[in-house]
Design a protein around this ligand. Structure first.
Ligand code: F6R
Length: 611
């Protein structure tokens, strides 16, 4: 979703900010802009609908340098996608003296923007965009017109808004860049050697520039200035110095953003899976994760609430099977966006388990806060170390997936489910390093074989991608994969797809079946006969059958129009994770035939930081 980058320092801030915005492209956006200070401090605003490259092209002929710049990539929430609604917003169009003209960028939602808009209009100010963000600018202008300091103007305005937000602010007559957040991601960075300071919504934007990264807590005012010793100062809302931030050495490297020989990040990430699976087993059985798993052996909650969104929720469904079958602990899986609003019944001897790639999904964070308030222990299965979820939970199980740039989650799903398997093994005290290494290695080998032989999947993708609709079905262990397979296909191929438990077809969806409808059926040794007869029912109604199932299964092969054979032997409870890679590849190649923007599908954002 929206991305923020701000930079001050001796290097050209415009170039640093544009590079940062390029890095944030993976998060999804529809317009981009920058506002920088010219030689005498005047604020110069440029914003454009579409890609960061459009913005770069528009600025290039100016041949300007600046040492203070803020930038933004917008994912529209309030107001349509156009140049005016893009950020930054600038106060110049509103009545204020020149020296105190200000510019802001915003990430998040101002929930009470309608009522504040009336207040601002009553003060005689005008709006130039339809965004909620401009309301914050209006509030600041009212404060500045009343002659308060820049710090007070930010704090007083920030106190008036409701909802999760992060802002960065610059003013013509001030050498500071200010930022503040509540419930939205924000990270600062410094490079003392080169005298540069940065602020962003994503640590990835700071890689290569900042050596130290600093995570401020909510309601901490961050002031970046080349005049500050250490380049950044932190203040509480009462203006006293704040210590509410965490400092960390930068560990990310730029190599991760390289697609290598792959045409898309998504494909690269699918192919990384065998290696990551092996590395995960090492990390938790022989490496630093071992101790962490050992520490949860004594956890025996009455019930586990798994809470997540989208693909992470599907991983939760896979993990529920592990928890209930292996650890015999009662487990419910909840959508974070529903959980938080339905006054759930919670007990202090239960655990909230939150699954998130980004660790910044707004609904998941709100659900975690609710569990914490109710006295539950909270566990995270999370990819981004240092993310808000990571910082808020009692235990953090990192999935070690590396950065995931393709918007459609692939490797994170596999790693989330496997981390859940490791957690379950620890909780049930059945964790055996050799056993895990063997299981994970078998899974990695099988996935590798599949990745080395994709011709069949490509041909099937070509044969079916223009069909009317796609129903993914699976039972038991494979049921969550039906959901995940359908989601992947919708996201990147823009076709209608649904996931169902095989046994549910007869209860309604079978009405959809005709010769233009494809059933992508997942079949394994678990509940084989029942699943088989469900496929026969679809076949009898002339549905097109694509089966992902055991190799050499003559009956299933002859029943199907297309068959993706997999060697399932010995995989047992990890079977769904193998089958899922086949659905990832099928979705990828169907999207390729359709010619969609696979890494950045329309309307989607990598990290959903608003509800
Ligand atoms: C789908 C996808 C999303 C995310 C969901 C949760 O491919 O990526 O459904 O899984 O938005 O995001 P995280 O895991 O960051 O909380």
């Amino acid at each position: 979703m929206c991305g923020i980058v701000g930079h001050i320092g001796p290097n050209n801030s415009i170039a640093v900010v544009l590079e940062g915005l390029k890095r944030l492209e993976y998060r999804g956006y529809d317009s981009a802009g920058v506002c920088f200070k010219k030689e005498l401090g005047e604020l110069d605003l440029h914003k454009k609908m579409g890609k960061v490259d459009n913005l770069k092209e528009a600025i290039a002929p100016l041949e300007v340098e600046s040492h203070t710049c803020i930038g933004h990539t917008r994912w529209a929430t309030h107001g349509e996608v156009n140049d005016l609604n893009a950020h930054p917003h600038l106060s110049d169009t509103i009545t204020i003296d020149d020296d105190r003209s200000i510019s802001i960028v915003h990430n998040g939602i101002i929930e009470n923007h309608n009522e504040l808009r009336l207040e601002i209009k009553a003060a005689g100010l005008k709006f130039t965009s339809d965004t909620d963000s401009e309301v914050f600018l209006g509030l600041m202008v009212i404060e500045l017109l009343a002659n308060v300091s820049l710090h007070d103007a930010v704090i007083n305005s920030f106190k008036k808004i409701r909802g999760n937000s992060a802002f960065v602010i610059i003013m013509k007559g001030s050498r500071e860049m200010l930022s503040i957040k509540r419930g939205a991601p924000l990270v600062c960075g410094v490079n003392i050697g080169s005298g540069e300071a940065l602020v962003s919504s994503d640590p990835y934007a700071l890689v290569g520039t900042a050596d130290d990264i600093i995570f401020p807590e909510d309601d901490v005012l961050c002031s970046l200035s080349v005049e500050h010793e250490g380049l950044i100062k932190f203040y509480e809302m009462d203006k006293s110095e704040s210590k509410r931030y965490k400092l960390k050495k930068q560990e990310m490297s730029l190599e991760i953003s390289d697609k290598g020989d792959y045409e898309h990040f998504m494909l690269k990430e699918i192919y990384e899976q065998p290696h990551l699976i092996r590395a995960l087993s090492q990390y938790y059985t022989l490496g630093p994760g071992k101790e962490l798993l050992a520490s949860i052996i004594n956890e025996s909650p009455k019930r586990i609430h798994i809470i997540a969104c989208g693909t992470a929720w599907h991983a939760g469904l896979v993990i529920k099977n592990f928890i209930e079958k292996i650890a015999r602990i009662s487990c419910v899986v909840e959508l974070a966006s529903e959980f938080r609003y339905r006054d759930p019944i919670l007990f202090t001897d239960e655990v909230g388990l939150f699954i998130s790639q980004s660790g910044e999904t707004a609904d998941t964070l709100a659900a975690q806060a609710l569990c914490k308030e109710n006295g539950l222990k909270t566990f995270a299965i999370v990819n981004v170390e240092g993310s808000t979820l990571y910082r808020e939970c009692d235990y953090n199980l990192l999935i070690k997936a590396g950065m995931e740039i393709g918007v459609a989650s692939t490797k994170a799903f596999t790693q989330q489910a496997l981390t859940g398997f490791l957690m379950t093994s620890a909780m049930s005290d059945t964790l055996n390093a050799d056993n895990i290494a063997q299981k994970f290695s078998l899974l990695a080998d099988r996935i590798q074989d599949l990745l080395d032989n994709v011709t069949n999947i490509k041909e099937i993708a070509e044969a079916i991608y223009l069909h009317k609709g796609f129903i993914f079905t699976g039972r038991g262990r494979e049921y969550p994969i039906a959901f995940e397979g359908a989601l992947k296909l919708k996201e990147i191929a823009y076709v209608h797809a649904e996931g169902y438990a095989s046994g549910e077809l007869k209860h309604g969806p079978i009405a959809l079946i005709d010769d233009l409808m494809v059933n992508i059926a997942l079949i394994s040794d678990e509940l084989y006969e029942k699943t088989f007869s469900n496929i026969e029912e679809v076949k009898a109604r002339r549905g097109v059958i694509v089966t992902i199932g055991p190799e050499n299964d003559k009956n299933a092969i002859s029943l199907s129009d297309y068959y993706i054979p997999l060697c399932l032997e010995g995989l047992e409870e990890l079977t769904p994770l193998y089958m899922n890679v086949a659905t990832q590849l099928l979705a990828y190649y169907m999207a390729k035939f359709k010619g969609t923007d696979i890494d950045k599908p329309r309307n989607l954002a990598k990290s959903v930081t608003v509800e």
